[in-house]
Design a protein around this ligand. Structure first.
Ligand code: TMO
Length: 317
């Protein structure tokens, strides 16, 4: 009797496996997968990298320029299919707000850890332009080091475009009691941050800019300022007083909730995608150092790193 049961069980298992492998060849929709592009280099290059990977699998893709906060609502309602760089500090709140309304899924986390923070080029620390940096309290004695023509005698923080995280830094300056000595100016785009880095180096002047890692600046050395530690709820938008730094954060992927059903193969691949600090730094450097177009950078990256991305497409093989 026991033997018979085993035989029956074995036969059932065989049938189950056959069925599962049969179902795994579900076909993706030929409708385009919509991939958003934002206004920093790694994100745009990675958009074309991921689009290239989907195309290599026979999928159709479409790219749309999108606001980096509003995109989560667009994913929720299906106008955009994915977001491939959800940075915790800047976009975590919008991502989870959209998810809570229904329609956005968490499609996994990249290997790279992230930080989005104000800082100075490493040489500013090495040459001791503001003794005590990168501890934030050193700023109390250095406003003149960071003054610029447009800063009204105060030290200047050159923030990224306001679309990235609104009044986060102006609130922080005041919350830390630095408002009398520092003023926040918003850059028109990421290129203005890199232009200021280059100009400051040439002129030998200190500069405080918003920057992040992974980025192309990882290679040169960039010192992020150490502010009071981030804790859940410390920001003004979350009910706190705002006197905290940014989290050492995650980098996630998001998808429209119907992507797994409409494009099962592409979704499986997307969920397995995980880029490292090195991968993302390379994608940014191809544009910001090598001056390639985003599309050419993506082609070049895909050609040189098949060992990284091909395995993402080979689930269950
Ligand atoms: C969202 N960003 C990486 C520019 O901080």
């Amino acid at each position: 009797m026991k033997k018979l049961i085993n035989k029956v069980a074995a036969a059932a298992l065989t049938i189950t496996l056959a069925t599962v492998s049969g179902q795994s060849i579900a076909k993706d929709s030929s409708k385009p997968i919509v991939i958003p592009t934002h206004n920093w280099s790694s994100q745009v290059v990675m958009a074309y990298v991921i689009g290239g990977i989907f195309e290599s699998m026979g999928n159709n893709v479409e790219y749309v320029p999108a606001d980096s906060q509003a995109v989560y609502e667009s994913i929720r309602n299906g106008d955009v299919t994915i977001s491939h760089e959800v940075w915790q500090s800047s976009f975590g709140k919008s991502f989870y707000n959209a998810m809570a309304k229904g329609g956005v899924i968490d499609a996994g986390t990249h290997a790279a850890m992230t930080l989005e923070e104000m800082g100075v080029p490493q040489w500013v620390v090495d040459e001791n332009l503001c003794p005590g940096l990168p501890n934030w309290e050193a700023l109390k004695n250095c406003k003149d080091v960071f003054a610029t023509a447009d800063s009204g005698g105060k030290g200047r923080w050159l923030e990224g475009p306001q679309s990235w995280h609104g009044d986060l830094m102006p609130v922080r300056v005041d919350a830390l009691g630095l408002g009398d000595d520092y003023v926040v100016k918003f850059a028109g785009g990421a290129d203005a941050l890199w232009a200021d880095l280059a100009a400051a180096k040439k002129e030998g002047r200190g500069t405080i800019i918003f920057n992040w890692t992974p980025n192309f600046t990882d290679a040169d050395g960039f010192a992020f300022i150490e502010f009071p530690e981030y804790t859940d709820g410390c920001r003004k938008a979350d009910g706190g007083d705002g006197s905290c730094g940014s989290p050492k954060g995650w980098l996630k992927k998001a998808a429209h909730y119907q992507m797994p059903k409409r494009w099962p193969a592409a979704y499986t691949t997307f969920s397995r995608m995980s880029f490292t600090t090195k991968d993302i730094g390379q994608m940014a450097a191809l544009v910001d150092i090598d001056k390639m177009s985003h599309q050419d950078a993506a082609k070049s990256w895909l050609a040189d790193h098949e060992d990284v991305w091909k395995p993402f497409t080979q689930a269950g093989m």
